[in-house]
Design a protein around this ligand. Structure first.
Ligand code: DX5
Ligand code: ZN
Length: 218
């Protein structure tokens, strides 16, 4: 299966966001990664429903919404209504992970759970069969442009083994410090979706970088 590139708009130009969304529409990226940060779960605040709705209006892509939010449960329906196709919550931010996965899926969205670098993959063993996506953080969440944490690659392989053991068809997404230098290693370890913010929007030619990330994995 071909790798999915999910550029993170956190690194886009918010003064010309529509232009960057139209650039992604023209690109080979199948998804768009939308980082919602609340300033509580992570030490940064990004954007919320109005920006998501604006992206939905102009985007032709699958919207992969990553909630770095301390209490996401009350807002799941609103994120779906604003245009989320997939909603990922952090394992570390929810009390009842089985329940919130069902809650996300009841809206018609796909459900993902994200793990911070220090959280073992094994915490997902009881809910792996419910998931559409496992997000392996390869930076400590809160900012784009950080350095890749190398043990995330091993966690990708562990996630692949866990999902296979549980008969889950969930995708594995890697998020943070991903670029041309480590895309193939992550794909070979079992990642199906690669998030890239700075590597894409910080490059001279984002469309070309996306193409190169895809071809480098095959
Ligand atoms: C960090 C976010 C990531 C980040 C990725 O908390 O979850 O999605 O924006 O950006 P890069 O690819 O620049 O590390
Ligand atoms: Zn993210």
């Amino acid at each position: 299966m071909s790798v999915i590139i999910s550029p993170s708009v956190l690194s886009a130009n918010f003064a010309h966001l529509q232009a960057d969304i139209e650039l992604l529409n023209r690109s080979q990226a199948e998804w768009i990664h939308i980082d919602v940060m609340d300033g509580v779960f992570v030490p940064n605040i990004s954007f919320g429903f109005p920006v998501l709705s604006a992206i939905r209006k102009h985007s032709k892509k699958f919207l992969d919404v990553h909630l770095m939010v301390a209490q996401a449960e009350p807002y799941i329906m609103q994120f779906r209504a604003a245009g989320a196709d997939l909603i990922t919550v952090h394992y570390e931010a929810v009390t009842h992970v089985d329940s919130v996965i069902h809650q996300i899926k009841s809206t018609g969205a796909q459900a993902g759970v994200a793990l911070n670098p220090g959280t073992p993959v094994s915490v997902l063993s009881e809910v792996a069969h419910l998931l559409d996506l496992v997000l392996i953080m390869s930076v400590n969440p809160g900012f784009g442009g950080q350095k890749f944490i190398s043990y995330a690659t091993r966690k990708v392989a562990e996630a692949k083994a866990l999902l296979q053991a549980k008969g889950s068809f969930a995708k594995i997404e890697v998020d943070g410090g991903v670029g041309l230098h480590n895309a193939k290693e992550l794909y070979n370890a079992g990642a199906n979706v690669l998030v890239a913010g700075n590597a894409v929007f910080g490059s001279d030619n984002p469309e070309k970088t996306i193409e190169e990330m895809i071809s480098i994995c095959h």
